[in-house]
Design a protein around this ligand. Structure first.
Ligand code: F6P
Length: 533
């Protein structure tokens, strides 16, 4: 284990506290821009495929200096290097953390031979399926949950413009039968490929849905031999897959965390959707971001600075959530993907030594694509009592031909970050007409309702185009940012013990559905069980 100072015991943490008290609390974005014509350039960062405007955040150059010093005192770079070298930094599970090896060029990263062997085989299979005239496949159903669902589902939606026109991609994750039932109802067994994706091949939801899918398949008059051709498994547990009658399998390794696995064979649905060339481009983009994270100096290192900004907001400014607003409909599943990536990684309350933390860790991450969010919860972002940093993602070139719609989407994106920052004073509101306000109200009351505090922070990412390469870079950027804040907080970002208790209690409750036995249950659970049976 790498011994580092606990973040709240460092001199930099103390200095950041003082800086927040002396300058951070009173910091105003409007004044900062008015007094510094170079602020946009000073806080702009360029990383592979992603330009980031960090200037509309509640920080100044001193804040940034102190945050970089905090990263230094917490040993973030050493920890990063240990991860990239394959040290077992996931100490509670005794595992290395090597998703970066999955996107390293042939011969370049750890485990290169086995990584590229499976990658080649997986991509050859994907291209075979894509040859629909020969394969006869029109529908691909990925059955998996968490990391075995969210990444592939998010990426396939994001890369819609690159997806094979003759293939319908479906994703089933929930153990609630309302997920799989309508999907099966649309399928023809002989034209369908099922991918059973599970790192462990023991996950209740995935196993239950796989059994339902297999039975449905047989009920359509298909045979056990057909199962072998129409079901493939992606897992680290090849034995369990074989027991289910799944013989075409693509493996991966325990050093790939579930939420970091879309680069492995778990990405098979992406590879089938966009082809081997597209998949390799996605890996390339992610690798370029890995190099940036590893090599760019701290002053220009985008994932590092984003992770540090997250620490600033969480532990000094006092924000407990962050909203993500991609102004590209293709990125509609990105917030859900990021919820697992960030909250399962950094939602921890003890440090590496198991000592309780006295400071906050993962923020709540949430969001919807713009402009939909504007007509739902943006009200709260603009006028609510909490300050919530917002992350806008703008894509310069659309993959459709509706230039007018695209201009409107991007103008909305810019307008929102501008409105959050500028706000509107009561005096300004008083000077405006308010034709929809109740005529009986006095103008000052109306103006108070119509004013905005402003000085609300946001980051804007700009991508040239949502290509496989750009998506790969963007997702890797988020991975490294989560790594950075986790490294500062001194937590294990790569385990997920918090999911275990609910699984165990479910195992105890399930037999009670038949028996009705409520012995030993608390009153609420017993009462609800009786109502639900
Ligand atoms: O329950 C949490 C979790 O273990 C996630 O970390 C993981 O991505 C998901 O379940 C699915 O796990 P598996 O791929 O083993 O089915």
């Amino acid at each position: 284990m790498i011994a580092t100072a606990r973040c709240d015991a460092t001199a930099a943490w103390q200095a950041l506290r003082e800086h927040h008290t002396n300058a951070g609390r009173a910091f105003d974005l409007r004044t900062a821009f008015a007094s510094d014509a170079g602020r946009f350039e000073a806080f702009a960062l360029e990383a592979p495929e992603v330009f980031a405007d960090l200037s509309k955040n509640l920080w100044d150059s001193r804040t940034r200096e102190l945050l970089l010093e905090l990263a230094h005192q917490c040993g973030v770079a050493r920890r990063r290097d240990a991860m990239l070298a394959g040290d077992p930094i996931n100490a509670t599970e005794g595992r290395a953390v090597l998703h970066t090896a999955l996107r390293a060029p042939r011969g370049a990263g750890p485990h290169s031979q086995e990584v590229h062997e499976i990658l080649d085989r997986m991509l050859a299979f994907a291209d075979q399926v894509r040859d629909t005239a020969t394969s006869g496949i029109t529908d691909v159903v990925n059955i998996g949950i968490g990391g075995s669902d969210l990444g592939p589902q998010m990426a396939v939606a994001a890369l819609q413009a690159h997806v094979h026109a003759g293939l319908h991609m479906h994703f089933v994750s929930n153990v609630d039968g309302h997920d799989i039932a309508p999907v099966l109802a649309r399928l023809q067994a002989r034209h369908t490929l099922f991918i059973i994706a599970s790192k462990t091949f023991t996950t209740q939801e995935t196993m239950a849905n796989a059994v339902v899918a297999r039975q449905w398949f047989l009920d359509q008059g298909m045979t056990a031999q057909d199962v072998a051709r129409h079901f493939v498994g992606v897992t680290t547990n090849l034995q369990a897959a074989a027991q289910l009658g799944v013989h075409t399998t693509f493996g991966f390794w325990d050093w790939v965390g579930g939420r970091y696995s879309m680069w492995s064979a778990i990405g098979l649905p992406i590879a089938i959707a966009v082809g081997s060339t597209g998949f390799r481009a996605m890996l390339d983009g992610a690798h370029a971001m890995d190099r940036h994270f590893a090599d760019a100096p701290a002053e220009r290192n985008l994932p590092l600075q984003l992770g540090l900004l997250d620490v600033w907001y969480r532990n000094f400014v006092g924000c407990s959530s962050r909203s993500v607003a991609p102004y590209h409909q293709g990125l509609r599943r990105l917030p859900a993907y990021l919820q697992q990536l960030e909250m399962e990684s950094n939602g921890k309350c003890v440090d590496h030594d198991g000592r309780p933390l006295t400071y906050g860790t993962s923020p709540v991450v949430w969001g919807e694509p713009g402009t939909n969010g504007q007509h739902a919860y943006f009200q709260m972002l603009h006028q609510g009592t909490d300050v919530i940093p917002v992350e806008f993602i703008a894509v310069r070139r659309p993959s459709h031909g509706y230039a007018d719609l695209h201009a409107k989407a991007l103008a909305n994106c810019l307008a929102q970050s501008q409105a959050l920052m500028l706000g509107k004073t009561t005096e300004q509101a008083l000077g405006e007409r308010a034709p929809t306000a109740a005529p009986t109200l006095d103008p000052l009351t109306v103006a108070r309702h119509r004013s905005f505090p402003g000085n609300r922070p946001s980051t804007t990412f700009v991508l040239q185009e949502l290509t496989p390469r750009a998506l790969g870079a963007l997702v890797a950027l988020y991975e490294h940012r989560v790594f950075t804040s986790g490294a500062v907080w001194g937590i294990n970002s790569f385990d997920q013990w918090g999911v275990e208790l609910g699984k165990a209690l479910c195992g105890d409750l399930l037999p009670r559905w038949d028996s009705g036995d409520t012995a030993g249950l608390d009153g609420s659970t017993a009462g609800l069980l009786a109502r639900l049976r």
